[in-house]
Design a protein around this ligand. Structure first.
Ligand SMILES: Nc1nc2c(ncn2[C@@H]2O[C@H](COP(=O)(O)OP(=O)(O)OP(=O)(O)O)[C@@H](O)[C@H]2O)c(=O)[nH]1
Ligand SMILES: [Mg+2]
Length: 216
């Protein structure tokens, strides 16, 4: 073996640096008195709609900042801003997830102490965001009934790293014959203790229970 071989521990270099930045964010949130929530889920699962529904319930009680992560556009930040909530859009270009450093940069010029709550909408997919801590208090995974029955089975790691699962679009379940009980069983097989909530971010069904569960 040549003595010029350099062993690179990708896990340590990449994820280690991210964990440091995440710890920094967590400390910043703590000092500013902010609760931060990372919302992950596939494209179109209803992350933005859920944030809109939660903002409607919570905006009179808390000053909220929403950070939207997308490859391109300000569509999601604009949607949430229409509810009278402050927003920041991060366009990741090619990156399929947010990381802790992106959050640092996005919040750099913002007076955080004016907020009590930050919703971070991660880039839409159930794979990449799971590996990158952002320094938040809670990670919510959103799966919806329109994505087919295997979303949980196919993404166990993402479920394992989450604090809560939200099954969204329950208003459509009957129409497409979706078995929500089976999906919940899949979640339980990955993590027996993780809380699961069924909601329709569109009709508002289940949102009050979710707000209570989030302990606001
Ligand atoms: N019927 C129904 N439609 C929903 C619900 N939640 C979201 N939608 C619709 O589903 C579509 C996608 O919702 P979004 O909130 O944009 O989904 P997203 O996860 O933010 O999507 P990306 O940011 O593109 O990854 C929109 O047309 C929403 O109106 C729901 O509970 N019920
Ligand atoms: Mg969105």
């Amino acid at each position: 073996m040549t003595d010029r071989t350099i062993m690179i521990d990708i896990g340590k270099d990449l994820f280690g640096a991210n964990e440091e930045a995440a710890a920094h964010n967590a400390e910043l949130f703590r000092q500013s008195g902010i609760r931060a929530i990372d919302i992950m889920g596939s494209v179109g699962t209803g992350k933005t709609q859920l944030i809109e529904a939660l903002c409607e319930k919570l905006r009179d009680k808390y000053r909220i900042l929403m950070v939207a992560g997308d490859l391109a556009t300000t569509i999601d930040a604009d949607r949430v801003a229409s509810h009278g909530v402050d927003t920041v859009q991060i366009n990741t270009g090619t990156a399929c997830h947010l990381d802790a450093r992106m959050i640092q940069v996005a919040l750099k010029d913002i007076e955080l102490s004016q907020y009590q709550l930050i919703f971070i909408e991660n880039v839409g997919n159930l794979i990449c965001p799971a590996g990158y801590s952002l320094g938040v208090d809670k990670k919510i995974v959103v799966v919806s009934v329109t994505e087919g029955p295997y979303m949980v089975k196919k993404h166990p790691l993402t479920i394992k790293r989450a604090d809560m699962v939200v099954i969204n679009k329950i208003d459509l379940a009957d129409a497409i014959g979706f078995d929500m009980g089976a999906l919940e069983t899949d979640v339980r097989e990955v993590d027996a203790k993780i809380p699961v909530y069924r909601v329709s971010s569109k009709t508002g069904e289940g949102i009050d229970t979710l707000v209570e569960a989030l302990d606001f």
